[in-house]
Design a binder for this molecule. Structure first.
Ligand SMILES: Nc1ncnc2c1ncn2[C@@H]1O[C@H](COP(=O)(O)OP(=O)(O)OP(=O)(O)O)[C@@H](O)[C@H]1O
Length: 685
């Protein structure tokens, strides 16, 4: 029978073989094929010479596949390690900006002439340049270990681009958050946590979906969810970066497996179905966040605010507790009489808003400060002095009102625009805004450069200020090793760079020894004499008495009195302070109080500690001699050991305001002139 004449659907031959023997099936098949061959041979041929041989070898691809799986796992681990390392490392770059924001150094640089967009651009360029160093090291390491997933053909270039773009996209969003952190350590931990949290969660969730999709190829919904999430998560730079590395590892696994079959599954890493979208999203994220960073600056915010609240602020009606001098200054500023003053605050107010809670830190401050005046801002802790300074330096925007400066042409310009108009403001912040790594001399050179002092002049200016502030000895020491007083001196020196027209000094002498303090007072007085307008806050009444030509005392954000030192003393410091030391702590103070009030009407007890009692005597018809007489003759009966009588000092006026002892009645009824009081010297007995 001819083997080819087999009817359809009819099996000609059936071969049974044992599947446990790997070679049985090909052996049987080969026997069958030989049988067919020989049956087809012509009869004259020797059958022994015709045969088909089959040889069986183990399949080589099986071992390689396992190898490829292990390599794929290694690549995934390498990708995760790179992602973790760079998540931590990028966070460490932005810590410096947080530190500068927190220390006030950034604000000082803005006041000295560096605009916010310039500050961020320079920092970004510097961070990127520095960031390229670890990127170069990482690329060198990857290249040295020759992991095909990251080095094959164009893959090394793609990895390098991913690393660079990760920094490009990550730094700007970190810059956006610098203001919310209170310290650099917290910022670092938060940035690392955000980076790791986002990357781990997005990558693990998409990887699980990817593998589930591979296992259930028929289930298209898993694939769809995977693709959707992979696109949505592109908004996170951490995902774009991490997933880019994982994608290279995944594709390399396929390449290695299919290589055994002679298939080249390599994909161009820059193509859209590989890392193309990831590169694009990283670039867009970087550009968007950096543009936002440039736009979200105080200058622009103020411009937007002032656009919506245009027009000069109307003077609001004085409230019950506004002093007549404060109201008069309001009127002077509003009527334009203060237009020749260098610095003009008009109805300056600040309300801090925390969720539903509002804190009115500063209320309607109006004052004009002419050139050659040192204006003192006094107040207890929390009175609003620092907030006022922050508004003057542009650190916080006023909720209402304006702070303006008169330029050389006599135009009033907003204090935020003063640098553009060539007006120099010197600022000595309450907390020293120094860079711990710079020496005193380097600080001065840095700020001299920012202020635009020419190279020729710079050396002279720096040496002059080092000499003037007695910093010569510390010129080459880094500021982290400075004592508190020396730091204050350096902060003051920085405020004096470029001979500013306006000097803002926030407690400049705190922490200085008495000799340095007096030396500083001398320097400030020289500045005032040189027609500089100085605003000074201090808790030292002695300092205010020594320097201030006019001063105001702030209570709960408001000026409670304003005028020259003498004027304030005359109005609120009338009368005498009587200080007594009693025989024993158990002596009856009420008896003494009654006695004092009987002889000197309106006398009140100011203070009482152990054996010390202090009275304020507003009216003594017989003057100081009368008080002295009365107490001396009743000293034994009242059990007084010794006592002193002095004219009320600024210190006491301040304490009276701080303790709320000067109310509206006092403000309005005690306006009588008592210039003669100052002619008494303190009498100690
Ligand atoms: N960022 C802020 N958020 C909310 N409230 C604030 C903020 N800064 C200050 N305040 C509040 O504003 C008020 C004025 O504070 P400010 O620091 O201006 O006082 P100060 O007179 O400078 O005090 P000190 O003499 O202690 O420096 C205080 O009640 C304070 O709690």
């Amino acid at each position: 029978m001819d083997l080819y004449d087999v009817p359809k659907n009819r099996t000609l031959t059936k071969v049974w073989y044992n599947p446990e023997g790997h070679h049985t099936m090909p052996a049987y098949l080969n026997s069958l094929n030989n049988f067919i061959l020989r049956s087809r041979l012509p009869a004259d041929k020797d059958h022994q010479q015709y045969s088909i041989s089959v040889s069986s070898h183990p399949y080589p691809g099986q071992v390689e596949e396992e190898d490829a799986m292990v390599k794929g796992l290694v690549n995934t681990l390498v990708a995760l390690c790179v992602l973790t390392g760079f998540s931590i490392m990028t966070a460490s770059f932005v810590v410096y900006e947080v530190q500068e924001h927190h220390s006030g150094s950034k604000r000082l640089q803005h006041i000295s002439g560096i605009s916010e967009p310039f500050y961020w651009t320079i920092n970004f360029l510097y961070d990127m340049a520095l960031y390229l160093v670890p990127v170069a090291f990482s690329v060198a390491m990857i290249a040295a270990f020759q992991l095909p997933a990251f080095t094959e053909r164009q893959n090394l270039g793609a990895v390098t681009l991913l690393l660079v773009l990760f920094g490009f996209a990550t730094f700007p969003w970190m810059y956006l958050l610098t203001a919310i952190f209170k310290d650099a350590e917290m910022a670092f931990i938060s940035y690392v946590c955000i980076n790791l949290f986002v990357s781990v969660n997005t990558i693990i969730s998409t990887s699980i979906l990817y593998f589930l999709g591979q296992l259930n190829e028929s289930d298209e919904s898993i694939q769809a969810v995977y693709h959707t999430l992979s696109h949505v998560f592109l908004i996170f730079p951490q995902f774009s970066f991490g997933n880019g590395l994982m994608e290279l590892a995944r594709v390399d696994l396929q390449v290695q497996i299919l290589k055994a079959y002679g298939v080249d599954a390599y994909k161009d890493p820059y193509s859209a179905d590989m890392l193309g979208w990831m590169f694009l999203s990283l670039v867009l994220q970087g550009l968007l966040a950096f543009t936002l960073r440039l736009l979200m600056n105080k200058w622009l915010m103020r411009k937007i605010r002032s656009f919506f609240c245009r027009g000069k602020v109307e003077p609001q009606k004085g409230t019950w507790d506004e002093d007549e001098d404060v109201v008069a200054e309001h009127r002077r500023v509003y009527s334009g009489e203060a237009d020749t003053d260098v610095l003009q605050l008009s109805q300056l107010s600040k309300i801090y808003q925390h969720l539903s809670k509002k804190v009115q830190a500063v209320k309607r401050l109006s004052v004009g400060i002419p050139a050659g005046e040192c204006f003192g801002l006094l107040g207890v802790n929390g009175a609003g002095k620092t907030t006022t300074f922050k508004m003057l330096t542009g650190d916080v925007s006023p909720t209402n009102g304006t702070a303006q400066i008169r330029d050389q042409e006599g135009r009033m310009v907003d204090i935020m625009d003063c640098r553009k108009e060539g007006i120099n403001i010197g600022y000595c912040p309450q907390v020293d805004a120094l860079d711990d790594l710079l020496t005193g001399e380097e600080h001065l050179y840095f700020y001299a450069r920012i202020r635009g002092i020419s190279k020729r002049e710079m050396h002279r200016v720096v040496n002059y200020l080092l000499r003037k502030l007695e910093l010569g000895y510390h010129r080459n020491t880094t500021s982290e090793n400075y004592s508190c007083g020396t730091r204050r001196k350096l902060s003051t020196a920085l405020a004096l760079v470029g001979s500013p027209q306006i000097l803002l000094l926030d407690e400049p002498s705190s922490g200085m020894d008495p000799r340095s303090k007096r030396h500083l007072w001398k320097i400030i007085s020289e500045q005032v004499k040189g027609k500089c307008a100085v605003v000074l806050t201090s808790h030292s009444m002695e300092e205010c008495e020594a320097l201030c030509t006019r001063l105001a005392i702030m209570v709960q954000g408001q000026f409670r009195c304003l005028g020259s030192l003498q004027h304030i003393k005359n109005r609120f410091g009338s009368g005498f302070t009587v200080k007594m030391y009693l025989e024993m702590a158990s002596c009856n103070v009420d008896t003494i109080t009654n006695y004092m009030q009987e002889h000197f009407p309106s006398t009140y007890l100011k203070d009482h500690h152990s054996t010390m009692v202090e009275y304020h005597v507003p009216i003594a018809p017989g003057g100081i001699a009368d008080i002295f007489d009365q107490l001396e003759s009743n000293k034994t009966a009242l059990q007084i050991k010794h006592f002193s009588v002095s004219q009320t000092t600024l210190d006491e006026v301040f304490i009276n305001f701080a303790m709320g002892k000067v109310g509206v009645e006092t403000v309005h009824s005690e306006g009588s002139d008592s210039d003669s009081l100052d002619s008494f010297d303190a009498v100690d007995i």
